[in-house]
Design a protein around this ligand. Structure first.
Ligand SMILES: Cc1cc2nc3c(=O)[nH]c(=O)nc-3n(C[C@H](O)[C@H](O)[C@H](O)COP(=O)(O)OP(=O)(O)OC[C@H]3O[C@@H](n4cnc5c(N)ncnc54)[C@H](O)[C@@H]3O)c2cc1C
Length: 564
C-alpha cells in the first residue's frame, strides 16, 4: 500500500528534498529529467528512497500544482531543475493512499528522457481537500491503484505493434487506461503494410457470425464469445467512422477503397495517438517479468523493466520474420507455463518439382480447380485462383490448401491436378476445341489455342501434349484433341515441399485455446495477461479472416484490460 508509515529509523536516508516532514499526508513526486547531470545528481541523493516510479501525464496541471504546493515548494523545484530539464510531477495525497493525482509541469526545454524516479514527501492535511476537489474536477488525470515498491506506471502494456496490438492499445486507451505499446521495429505494423499484396484484405464481409466462424473449423467454437463483442460489422463501422471507406470484392474480401494498406495503418495509428497511447519503438522485449505468481511487467533488451498492471501480448507468430514476427512470444509464454503447439508455417506457397513451372512465373489463372492426389486417390479439391512463381504455385486457393498438402507430404508424394475448365466436362471441352479448330482451320495450333488459354501456357501444353505447335488446326487429329482435353482438365504437378516461414502468411500453432478465456482474451494462468492475434493456435483460411481475428481479439483484450 502506498500510505505506509514512515520507517522509524532511516539510517541512510537523505533528507527529503521537497517539502518537510509534516505530520500529514504523504505526497509522491515523480520526476522525469531530460538532463542527465541533474538526474544523476538527484538519483544520488535519492538512492535510498524505496519507491521509484514513473508516470507520464498531461502538462495542463501547472496552475493547480502551483496553488496546491504553494509558491515556495514549486519554486524550489524550479530551482533544482533547470537548463535543459523538464519536470513531471505526480502527486498523491489522500487518506488511504489509493488515489493519485497526476501533474506535468514543463519547465524548460525538451530533450531526451533518460531517468524516471519518485520522491516521497509530506503535505499539510489541509491540502488534502484541494486534491480531492481536483480529482473530482479532473477525473481524467486521476488513477486509482494500489502503490507498492513495484509501482505500476502503466495500466496496460501492449507488446507488439502489429494490427492486434494496435487495436488493443487504442481500445484500452479510449477507455481511459494509460497505455504503452512496445515495438521492436522502428515502425509499427510492418507486416500489416504488406498484407493483401499491399492492398490489405481488411476483413471478410460475412456478417453472420455462425457462417464466419465455420471458416475457423474446430477453433470457431472458442471464438463465439469474442466475436459476439466485435465482429465484421464493428470492424467495418470502426474503419468507416475513422474516414476509411471499404469495398467488397470476390469471396466477400473487404479492402480499403484506397487499395492501400497504409490507410488501415493510418486509422490504427491515429486512433492510438488520439487516445494518448505512448509508443515505445526500437525496443525489443526479451521477456515477461514475473514476481511469484504475478506478472508485473516486461523486460527490454537493454534490461530496463517496464511495469504495468496488465500486459497484452501481441508479438505475432513466425511468418515473414523480416517484419519483426520472430515468434518471441511463444518462448516467453512457455517459460511462464503456457502450453504452445509447435508453430509451423501456414497459408504458404507450394514448391513444385516440375521444371516447366518456372517458365510460367508471374502467370495468374482464375476459375481453376486444383485436385490433390496421393497414391492415385483423390484427397481434396478447391476452386479459385492460382499464381505461378519461380519455384511453384501460390495465390489464395493454393495457400488455403497448403496445410492439408503439408500433412499429406508426411506420408508420401503428393500430386496436384490443375483443371483449367472446371465448369465443362470432357465432352463439352472436346466440342469446344473442335469448334475452335474448325473456325481457325488455317491457323497454326499455337495461335488458335490462345483464344482459350493464356499464351504463356502454350509452350507448356505443347511440351506435355507432344502436339507440334506449328501444326495447322485442320490437321490436328482426334487423338491429339482428346489428349489436349485430358491435359486441360488435369495438368499434373508434383509437389516438392511447402515453402517456409519466410513465405508464409500465418503461423499454425501457438497458445492452446483452452488456456485462454475468450470473453476477455485473458490467460487462464495469469489474470493480468491477455493474448491476441497470431500468437493463438487458430487455423483460418486466407480471405481477411486473420486480420478480423486481430481486430476482434485486440478489441476484447483492450476493453478487458482497461477495466480496473
Ligand atoms: C504477405 C502477407 C500478406 C497477408 N495478407 C493478409 C490479408 O490481406 N488479410 C488478412 O486477414 N491477413 C493477412 N495476412 C496475415 C496477417 O498479416 C497477420 O495475421 C497479422 O499481421 C497478425 O497480426 P499480429 O498483430 O498478431 O502480429 P504481427 O502482425 O506479426 O505483429 C507483431 C508485432 O510484434 C512485434 N514484435 C515481435 N516480437 C517483439 C519483441 N520481442 N519485442 C517487441 N515487439 C515485438 C513485431 O515487430 C510486430 O510488429 C498476411 C500476412 C502476410 C505475411
Amino acid at each position: 500500500m502506498f500510505l505506509r508509515r514512515r520507517p522509524k529509523q532511516r539510517t541512510n536516508a537523505p533528507p527529503l528534498i521537497f517539502g518537510q516532514n509534516i505530520n500529514g499526508r504523504e505526497l509522491v513526486l515523480v520526476g522525469v529529467f531530460y538532463d542527465t547531470t541533474y538526474a544523476n545528481h538527484l538519483i544520488t541523493i535519492l538512492r535510498h528512497q524505496k519507491h521509484i516510479a514513473f508516470l507520464r501525464v498531461p502538462n495542463s496541471f501547472s496552475p493547480f500544482c502551483q496553488r496546491f504546493f504553494g509558491e515556495r515548494i514549486f519554486e524550489y523545484i524550479l530551482n533544482v531543475i533547470h537548463g535543459d530539464s523538464r519536470l513531471l510531477i505526480r502527486i498523491s495525497c489522500e487518506p488511504r493512499g489509493a488515489i493519485y493525482l497526476c501533474h506535468t509541469a514543463h519547465v524548460f526545454g525538451i530533450g531526451r528522457c533518460d531517468f524516471y524516479f519518485m520522491i516521497r514527501f509530506f503535505v499539510f492535511p489541509a491540502h488534502t481537500y484541494i486534491v480531492h476537489s481536483l480529482l473530482r474536477t479532473h477525473k481524467e488525470y486521476a488513477t486509482i491503484a494500489p502503490m507498492s515498491n513495484t509501482d505500476v506506471p502503466w495500466d496496460v502494456i501492449v507488446v507488439g505493434g502489429g494490427p492486434a496490438g494496435m487495436m488493443a492499445a487504442g481500445t484500452a486507451a479510449e477507455r481511459g487506461a494509460k497505455v504503452i505499446i512496445i515495438e521492436k521495429n522502428e515502425e509499427l505494423g510492418k507486416k500489416l503494410l504488406i498484407t493483401g499484396g499491399g492492398r490489405c484484405n481488411v476483413t471478410n464481409a460475412e456478417f453472420d457470425n455462425r457462417k464466419l466462424l465455420e471458416k475457423f473449423k474446430n477453433d470457431g467454437k472458442f471464438l463465439f464469445s469474442a466475436f459476439s463483442q466485435w465482429s465484421v460489422k464493428e470492424t467495418l463501422d470502426f474503419f468507416h467512422a475513422h474516414g476509411m471507406g471499404t469495398k467488397i470484392e470476390n469471396e466477400l474480401r473487404a479492402f480499403p477503397v484506397s487499395d492501400s494498406a497504409r490507410s488501415v495503418w493510418d486509422v490504427l495509428v491515429n486512433n492510438m495517438k488520439r487516445h494518448h497511447v505512448k509508443l515505445f519503438s526500437n525496443a525489443p522485449v526479451i521477456g515477461i517479468v514475473r514476481e511469484k505468481k504475478i506478472l508485473t511487467g516486461v523486460m527490454l533488451a537493454n534490461k530496463k523493466v517496464i511495469r504495468g498492471r496488465s500486459i497484452i501480448l501481441a508479438a505475432g507468430g513466425t511468418s515473414r520474420p523480416e517484419t519483426g514476427s520472430t515468434g518471441d512470444g511463444y518462448s516467453w509464454l512457455k517459460n511462464i507455463g503456457h502450453t504452445i503447439v509447435e508453430p509451423t508455417p501456414s497459408l504458404v506457397p507450394i514448391a513444385m518439382k516440375d521444371a516447366w513451372i518456372k517458365r510460367l512465373a508471374g502467370v495468374k489463372l482464375s476459375d481453376i480447380k486444383i485436385t490433390v492426389f496421393q497414391n492415385d486417390k483423390k484427397q481434396s479439391a478447391a476452386k479459385g485462383k492460382i499464381l505461378f512463381t519461380h519455384v511453384g504455385i501460390s495465390g489464395p486457393t493454393v495457400l488455403n490448401m497448403s496445410k492439408d498438402v503439408g500433412e499429406l507430404l508426411k506420408y508420401g508424394d503428393v500430386l496436384l491436378s490443375l483443371d483449367l475448365f472446371p465448369s465443362q466436362d470432357h465432352g463439352a471441352l472436346s466440342a469446344k476445341l473442335l469448334a475452335l479448330f474448325t473456325e481457325h482451320h488455317n491457323k497454326k495450333f499455337r495461335n488458335a489455342i490462345t483464344n482459350i488459354i493464356p499464351a504463356a501456357l502454350v509452350p507448356v501444353l505443347v511440351k506435355l501434349s507432344g502436339i507440334d505447335m506449328e501444326k495447322q488446326c485442320n490437321s490436328i487429329t482426334k487423338e491429339e484433341r482428346l489428349k489436349l482435353v485430358s491435359l486441360l482438365k488435369g495438368i499434373p504437378m508434383h509437389v516438392q515441399k511447402l515453402l517456409g516461414a519466410s513465405k508464409a502468411i500465418i503461423t499454425s500453432g501457438g497458445v492452446v485455446l483452452d488456456e485462454v478465456d475468450f470473453k476477455t482474451m485473458r490467460s487462464r494462468l495469469f489474470p493480468n495477461l491477455y493474448l491476441v492475434g497470431d500468437l493463438l493456435n487458430i487455423d483460418r483460411p486466407s480471405g481477411g479472416y486473420s486480420l478480423q481475428l486481430c481486430w476482434t481479439t485486440g478489441f476484447v483484450a483492450g476493453k478487458s484490460a482497461a477495466k480496473k
